[in-house]
Design a protein. Sequence first.
Length: 321
Amino acid sequence: MTVHRQIPDDAPGRPLRTVAVPGCTLAVSSLGPGRPGLPPAVMVHGLGGSTRNWADLMAELSDDVDAEAVDLPGFGQSPPPDDGDLSVSGLTRAVADCLEITGRGPVHLFGNSLGGAVAVRLAALRPDLVRTLTLVSPALPELPPQRSALPTGLLAVPGMPRLLTRLTAGQSVEQRTAALLDLVYGDPGLIPQERRADAVEEYRQRMELPYAMDVLARSARGIVRAYTEWGGQSLWRQAEQVPVPVLLVYGLRDRLVSYRSARRACQAFPDARLLVLPDAGHVAMMEHPLRVARAFRELVAEAGPGAAPADAEEMLTERQP
């Protein structure tokens, strides 16, 4: 059932409601009431993120889609699932259940990082729920990973989150937030001061939750497990099964997902386009929402109703700011 209950949120104009799915309750955010006549879209954040990561892109696409963003179980305003399953498959089930219960599918599905892996699995297993797929730095198996991504991977090691907590005990929330922004942004110096302040407050609220570090650790283990899955459960194999048009967005300054994955991704998805942003990091939809929105509109225009699948090697590559 859908529960129309407003949840306090510091981001003005971002009303939240909850959707009860089997085993958990998901917080869902939008720009406001439903937008009749526009196709539905759903956006899924990455590890440690929340619906707020999509605010700018949602605003840019407000005349194009009726967009909602979902807080994955254990993140943002969503509590952890009852069974503690934070694997990629578990998160995929939660998003699929949300789409079925709310009756919004098929949707234009967006995913960033961990949310990208969830979106790929969902599009492969439930193509009836997806119209198009937009992936921003998707967490597809990359071995060996970038050296700068190793600290994130260490969260999956038993006991490591507790050790990291002790090692950072002397750092202020502002310092920890700055380190996170440095990791995910291509040029952290361009972040407006008000956005930094919002990020600090969100980080503070997050760390006050008793389950915060456990959820990060379990989710990190879920990513590592997905990287080692083979056969039909392999994310690369599932990418090959995605029948809908795909937009891939990569930043050349990404410290977590290497651009070298882009070529393999273009080859894996049957109908793929690639947007390259030279000055973007791991969260291009936050850094360059105008460019991502424009590429999404091109995707929809080209792959509209009745459009023939595009060549999987076709690239909508933007080389200049």
